[in-house]
Every structure is written in C-alpha cells, then in structure tokens.
Design a protein around this ligand. Structure first.
Ligand code: SF4
Ligand code: SF4
Length: 163
C-alpha cells in the first residue's frame, strides 16, 4: 500500500494510466507520482504542453494523452524517478523507458534484470536505448524491451546478474 511501503496499488495505477485504446496508438508517459508535493520539473520539461501540474505546484501531474507523444523528455527531469514511458505498438513486446541513476550505466545491447515496483526480479531483458540526462543531470533514461504482459510491471533495472 502506497502510504505504508511506497508501492502503489492497482487502483492507484489505474488513475494515472491512459485508456487501453490510447495505449495501442503509440508511446505514452505515465507519472507514478501519487502525493501532493510542491514539485513541477516534469511540466517545465514537456515542451509540448502535454503534462501539467495545475492550478498550483502542489497538485499531482496530469497528462493529456491526445498531446503526449512519448518523447521521454520528462523522464530524466523528475527528481522522484516517477515517470516512465511505455510503447506497446510492437504487439507481443513493449519498450519501457525508465530513469536510472546508478553506475555502471548499461550499454545498448546489454542484458539487464528487470525489477517490479517491489524490487523483485521478473526477468532478463535487452537494453534498446541509453540516453544521458545531459551534462548537469546524472539521470539516464534506459529503454528495455520486455514481453508485452510485463510493460506495466517492470519499473527498474539491475545491471548484471540473473533474474
Ligand atoms: S513523454 Fe514527452 S510529450 Fe509526453 S509528457 Fe513527457 S515530455 Fe511531454
Ligand atoms: S517532477 Fe516527478 S515528482 Fe515532481 S511532480 Fe512531476 S512526476 Fe511528480
């Protein structure tokens, strides 16, 4: 339960996910940010204006899924590591882009262990993309290819090791 262990329930997640129809159309961001805190770098990172923290900085972020194109610019800007981008258009697999702040940073083509929200290993998956957050931002955005049924489960990675 979120307020005891920091792990969102299915009910919590349902509130921040796009519709099943939207998920099939293209990549989308998810803000797994569930508390009213004074924070909004996700909004300033979104040049398209898809992600808003309104009417004041204490509100939780909301995404307009008619505008969000899954560009991932917001992922490395969230200090809470709470934003993920998922692309389910491949059908049987999904690309999950997630924030990563440990060393070593994996390379494209590496196999990494995927972890669920409780930190449990759920499989070993290939790294498809590695993007730096920039010179002054040590948050990387790692894209991993997972089976489609794990797209909403894998939310972190461990470099090396078996599942
Ligand atoms: S993925 Fe891109 S378009 Fe979507 S909310 Fe993030 S920055 Fe905005
Ligand atoms: S930057 Fe991250 S923690 Fe801050 S409001 Fe946005 S999603 Fe929540």
């Amino acid at each position: 339960m979120l307020y005891q262990d920091g792990i969102p329930t299915e009910e919590d997640l349902a509130k921040v996910m796009p519709s099943a129809e939207r998920m099939k159309k293209g990549a989308f961001a998810i803000t797994e940010c569930f508390q009213n805190i004074p924070c909004n770098p996700c909004m300033t990172a979104c040049a398209k204006g898809a992600l808003k923290v309104e009417p004041d900085i204490n509100q939780r972020p909301k995404i307009d899924y008619d505008i969000c194109n899954g560009c991932s610019a917001c992922v490395s800007k969230c200090p809470g590591l709470a934003i993920f981008v998922v692309d389910m258009t491949a059908g049987d697999s999904a690309l999950v882009r997630l924030p990563y702040e440990f060393l070593p940073v994996p390379a494209k083509g590496d196999m990494v262990t995927g972890l669920d929200r409780e930190g449990k290993a759920v499989g070993t998956f290939p790294v498809e993309s590695v993007v730096s957050g920039g010179k002054k931002n040590m948050t990387w955005v790692i894209g991993i290819r997972v089976p489609a049924d794990l797209a909403m489960t894998v939310r972190a990675i461990r470099v090396g090791g078996e599942a």
